[in-house]
Design a protein around this ligand. Sequence first.
Ligand code: SF4
Length: 345
Amino acid sequence: MSKILKNIHSDLAFTNNLINWGKSFGRKNLPWNPSYGKKIDPYKVWLSEIMLQQTQFRTGVKYFERFIKHFPNVKNLAESEIETVLSFWSGLGYYARAKNMHKAAKIICSGGKVNFPKSASDWKKLPGIGFSTAAAISAFTVNEKQPIMDANVIRIVARQHKLIERIGSAKLQKKIFIICSKHLPKSNSDMPIYTQSIMDLGALICRPKEPLCDLCPVSECCLSFLEGKVGNYPVKKKKVFKNIKRVSWIIPHTQDSIALVQSKDSKLWENFWIPIEIQENNLIPKKACFLKRFKLPISNFIFDISVWGILCKRKNFEGGVRWFKNSNLNEKPIPSSVKKAISFL
Ligand code: SF4
């Protein structure tokens, strides 16, 4: 009985301390938060949640502001060409996020009316929206009580409770879900501040490296801190050795333009413009000039890329290429690693 009471006490202390801390020290004036007296915009919250996945906060904010300027509402996004959307995502990586947002925007705007989902379970039905993202959006927009379980939360909870299961394992997810469900505030109206505070705690205090435990509002119930073992948690994934793929990129170019082809690879850069890719060295054209070699880690592979240029007098080159003016490249959907290769010309 006393153990149960102790647990309830520490769950309550965690939630209250976290919310109080968030009110005073959490991040304010985020560009997706409404200005005083204005209603929260589900489109901005949704975009911020998607953009900040696997992206550093500062970079995410910069891209968010640029994106919102061009696509100020979900209707603009739904009515835009995917190529334009991708050009505003170029450099952020994980392009499936942009493609899924575009598809989801079309669903939200289908039938001539804008219909945002009203619950986490409905958000989850849209392409590219997982459990935690749906929970965060509905916590911010309709105060729904759903626990978020992003990387920040997983780190905090694993350290608080000294969880020994590895990151990414189903066992860890299950435990975190149970613990996070108990941490939810009593009142629905506290859901936005609670959700923002736990995100902020992970980003500002319980950081992946060098957490600031002395400033932490929930250190009194943190088992790994109390035992001086913070560095042991969360338990990392087993190291996976990546396969190396060797490819050559051929870039025909003139003084002021370059030629690229549109990628058909649905898993990687579909619809993006990339160099002509050649797997066999003996197929590299004789007139190609070797420029540089670089490595590019993507999911379970490391691409070992050799970049070759072919200087052309005129803009004619076989192989289904399209020519782009160098001065317009930033407006086109071109991955940042391709821009890096172009810079070697
Ligand atoms: S005490 Fe340290 S390890 Fe524990 S939650 Fe706070 S910052 Fe994270």
